[in-house]
Each structure stands twice: as C-alpha cells, then as structure tokens.
Design a protein around this ligand. Structure first.
Ligand code: NG1
Ligand code: MG
Length: 545
C-alpha cells in the first residue's frame, strides 16, 4: 500500500516536519540554500527536493536476492534547490547547471544528447529494464570514476527516458534546469548517500519538468533503482525504497518479490523501559564501490545467483539455460506458492533442507588453506550444468567480477539465515505494536540478539565486514549496546547499535575512547562520525513561493 501513495509536495516546512523544533532548525539550512541559489543563478528556485539517507536495521545483502529487508530513513539528507534555468542560451535543450554547496564538488554543466541508432550493449546491461526508443538519451557517466555529478546524471536519465523519449510518444523537450545541492549524509559510509543523491536528483528533474503528478512512491523507487544502476552498481532496491517510502517513527519492511511492496512498522524502542535509540558509528573506512565492486559487491551478486542455479539443480527444479533466478525465486519454486507472503517456517525449512545440499558441494581439496574453501570458476561452471559459453553469457557478460574462489555455501547460508532474522525482527516489532503501554527490556534484548547474529553472519559468511567495523561492534557491545551490527554494503562504512536513550552520551564517550580513529577527531567531526538517529520521513518536495 505505502508504495502506491503519491510523493508528498508541501508548501511549508511545518507541514513537512510536524515536529516544530526540527522544522525551525531545518529552516536555517533551507533558507541558506535558497539564498545561495539566487546568488549563483540570479533567480529564485521553484522547489527544494529532499531525500534522506537510510540505516538498514537488519537484512543485509539479501535485497538483490529478493528477500525482504528492514531499513529506516535517517534525519540526514540531500537537499536540491531547483528551478527552470534562465540561461537557455548556454544550456540548450534540457541543459543542466549543477552546483554544490560543498566546495569539494565543482560546478558542472551538461546537456543530454538524443542519440539515434540505439545504445551500446554495456549501457543496456546497466539499465536492463529502461524503455528505449530507437533514439536514446545520452549523458556521459564514467563508471570507473566516482564523480558527484554522475549521480545527478543518473537521476536525469530515468526522467528523460520515461518522459521525453520517442517511445513515450511525446514531442516535448525537457526544460533547462538549475540545481544547487547540499547534503548531510556522510558519503561512502553505508548510509546510502548515493541513493539519497539519485532519489533527490530524480525528484528534482521530475518536478521541474512538471512530471511529478501521477508518479507513485513505488514508481519513484523503481526509477531511482534503474537510475543508480547507471553508476555501475547492481544493487537491489533497499536504499531507494527506504529513502522514498519511510515515515517518521517507523522502519519499513520492504519486500521485493513478486513485486516491490513496503509496509511501515513502528519501532517499539520509544515505548520500552528503558527507552532505546539507534546509534550510527562510522568506521571512517571508506569503501569506494566504483573501484571495489568487482571483488566485493557485484561478486556477492554473482555468487548468490550462481548458488541459486546450483541449488535449483540439486533440488531438481525446472530451470532453463538462459534464466537467472535468485535464491528467493528458487525457494518459491520449491514451495510452489508464488504470491504468498513468506513465512518464517518456509525459510526455516529452506535452511534445514537446502544448506546440507549445498554443503555437499564443497570440494574436499587436499591441504586446503582457510579461506580457500570455495569453488574455482571451473568448478562453479561445472556445478551450474551450463557450458562455459552459456555460463559466461548468463552470469558474467553483464558484470565484472574477480575472485579465485567463489563461496556458494557461505553466501547461501548467510542469505537464508539473514532472511529469517528479518522476519523475526519484524515479528518482535509487530508483537510489541499489539501490546499497550510500556514494553519490557526483554524486547530490546530480543532485537539486540538479532542484530548481533546478523553481524556475525555478515562478518563470517557474507564476508562484507572489515576489522575496523568488527572492532566497532565489539566496542559497542562492551559499552552497553543491546546489539550492534554493520549496516549497508560494508567493507568499511557504518555500524548501527541499539542503545538505551539515557545512556547514549556515555556510550558515545566510551566508543570515542576505545576506537583509535576517533580519538583525534574534533567535536564537530565526531558528531558527524557517531550520532543517534530517529527514523525520519522519506523523500518530499517543498514548493517555494
Ligand atoms: P550501500 O550501503 O548504499 O552501499 C548496498 C546496496 C543495497 C544493499 C546493501 C547491502 C547500492 C546502491 N545499495 O548499500 O541495495 O544490497 O548494499 O545490504 O548498491
Ligand atoms: Mg550506496
């Protein structure tokens, strides 16, 4: 249901933020952005598009396998003041002047080109489901280099292709646009500044081009997902869904199969005794996905996809040589109930039944070293039952991955156990919702235990953590957290810990003392690195007068 709602357009900050204190604090930031826009572009902006970052509370590295996750939006966000440009002569049809308040990010001007004769195979793979006409829009994005404007261009693509391509049956031209960005989501930290950038950009281009009406939250999520693939990461929809669909005080249970749906679920933490809150702590280890995806993120995508085929074969399920089912799809085929909401029992039976099957595949290799317990590329192709050519076509032609050993068993184990933990976490929250009045500390202990188990699985089975992040979770536990885990893609980035609200200051002080990279930080930098966060609202547009 939540996914079908329209994107909110407000005319005042008080409407957007019912908490007046927050609205007053934020007004300073919004006003400053508007003033700066006028200085730079010589006219007032028409709108501010806003999209928050997110913290994934539980359900890591399972969205691209199509299992449900449990994120919440954070208060930190990306704002874009925007409006039709007056500089038509210099920017041309649909030309863009994009500036950023952060001087680190240089101003950029670019004009989209309508290229006839189709698009290249690589572009097609990057955005497989985009509707293309014979003529396709072209904006240069260099996937190998991380540039801030790539996210702006990625946001623009979807709007151009959906509303201004020959396929959309329109003769209309996109309007030239002026944009001024500011952001408070630390980048490369696992809080999805990238999704916030792409969602906010998509929203800004939709709004200035008068195309927002009729676009539901779910459609914006789908556009932002396609758009973010333009930057080169084959992600699931977790971040974009959280950034668009979340509501204050709630996390959302996002489900990706058979289609995207999201259900806001209030967190019990404000009603527990003691009251509790989530604290994000940045390890300050930056994982640059553009560079590392082939060893890390995209490799996990491929490992889990191949594991799904191998499992399908072991279970004698029908499989065509060209399809690429995910582990969720394999489970559904095995259960024979395609549309039904997945129950805990379903996942438990998958764990009992499937894991021993996959375990049998671990080749006994003489004198094998720890870390070498996976399968080689050659072994993996054999297990898939495909010819090398078919395998390359289905699993490798659209993505670059690099590994000596592929970990089909570990990844499958992570996926099913994590999918189960998400359902258990949701169950604790739903049960609490049905209980009136205060909730016992036991509720926090249950949530905390699930967070800890998730981290252990991310660290040892998904292998998406790193020593610094592992250390932060240990320090968090020692400082009294009910639970602590890595959040986001990993290999650096942030942890999220569940902490009693009245002990947050003490908690932060202990982490500062224990985590060496924090000791030298100024107070301001420290506030950026470790902070308590409440579930905030999703993306919106503020209409300025
Ligand atoms: P971040 O933390 O934004 O890099 C990534 C993916 C998610 C999800 C998580 C792991 C992108 C844009 N997002 O998040 O879809 O797979 O990792 O759970 O790549
Ligand atoms: Mg990201």
């Amino acid at each position: 249901m939540a996914a079908q709602l329209p994107i909110p357009v407000y005319t005042s900050l008080d409407q957007a933020m019912p908490d007046l204190q927050t609205a007053a604090e934020q007004a300073v930031r919004y006003n400053n952005l508007v003033e700066e826009f006028e200085k730079r572009f010589g006219h007032k902006p028409s709108y501010i598009a806003r999209a928050p970052g997110r913290v994934n509370l539980i359900g890591e590295h399972i969205d691209y396998v199509l299992f449900g996750c449990f994120p919440a939006a954070v208060e930190r966000d990306i704002l874009i003041a925007c409006g039709p440009s007056l500089a038509t002569a210099s920017t041309g049809t649909g030309g863009v002047q994009a500036h950023n308040l952060n001087p680190k990010y240089q101003p950029q001007n670019f004009v989209p080109m309508l290229k006839t004769g189709g698009i290249t195979a690589a572009e097609e793979a990057g955005a497989a489901s985009t509707v293309h006409a014979k003529a396709a829009w072209q904006l240069d994005i260099d996937k190998r280099e991380l540039r801030w404007e790539s996210y702006v261009k990625a946001g623009y693509y979807g709007v151009l292709n959906r509303f201004f391509s020959a396929a959309s049956g329109t003769q209309e031209h996109p309007v030239p646009v002026d944009l001024l960005f500011t952001g408070s989501v630390p980048s490369g930290s696992g809080l999805s500044s990238s999704a916030a950038m792409v969602v906010a950009s998509t929203l800004a281009f939709l709004t200035v081009n008068n195309k927002l009406e009729g676009v539901s939250k779910g459609q914006l999520v789908e556009m932002a997902m396609e758009n973010e693939k333009r930057v080169g990461v084959n992600s699931g929809g977790l971040d974009q869904a959280a950034s668009v669909i979340c509501t204050p005080h709630s996390a959302i249970f996002v489900n990706f199969y058979p289609k995207l749906s999201a259900e806001p679920i209030p967190l019990p933490t404000p009603r527990t005794i003691p009251r509790a809150i989530f604290v994000c702590a940045n390890s300050l280890v930056v994982s640059d996905k553009a560079v590392t995806a082939k060893f890390h993120y995209n490799l996990r995508v491929v490992e889990t996809l191949v594991a799904a085929r191998v499992l399908g074969r072991l279970l004698n399920l029908p499989l065509t040589p060209t399809e690429r089912p995910t582990l969720r799809v394999i489970l559904t085929r095995w259960l024979g109930t395609p549309e039904a909401d997945l129950e805990k029992e379903d996942v438990k039976s998958a764990i009992e039944r499937f894991l021993p099957e996959i375990e049998k595949l671990r080749p006994a290799r003489e004198g094998r070293e720890p870390g070498e317990e996976g399968v080689t590329m050659k072994e993996m192709i054999e297990l898939s039952g495909l010819s090398e050519e078919q395998f390359n076509q289905v699993y490798l032609s659209w993505v670059e991955v690099e590994a000596e050993y592929f970990q089909l068993y570990k990844r499958t184990r992570h996926v099913f156990t994590e999918a189960l933990r998400v359902l258990e976490f949701r169950e604790v929250c739903v049960r609490a919702q049905a209980t009136e009045g205060d909730l016992p500390e036991e509720t926090l202990k249950q949530l905390g235990a699930l967070l800890d188990a998730s981290h252990e699985s991310c660290s040892t089975l998904c292998e998406s953590s790193c020593p610094e992040v592992d250390e932060l979770t240990r320090l968090a536990k020692a400082a009294g957290a009910y639970g602590s885990r890595i959040t986001g893609a990993g290999w650096g980035g942030c942890t999220v810990s569940l902490v009693a609200e009245d002990r947050v200051e003490e908690f932060i002080a202990k982490i500062k003392e224990g985590y060496a990279p924090y000791r030298e930080l100024s107070d301001e930098k420290l506030r950026d690195a470790i902070f308590a966060t409440k579930p905030s609202s999703g993306a919106f547009v503020l209409k300025l007068d």
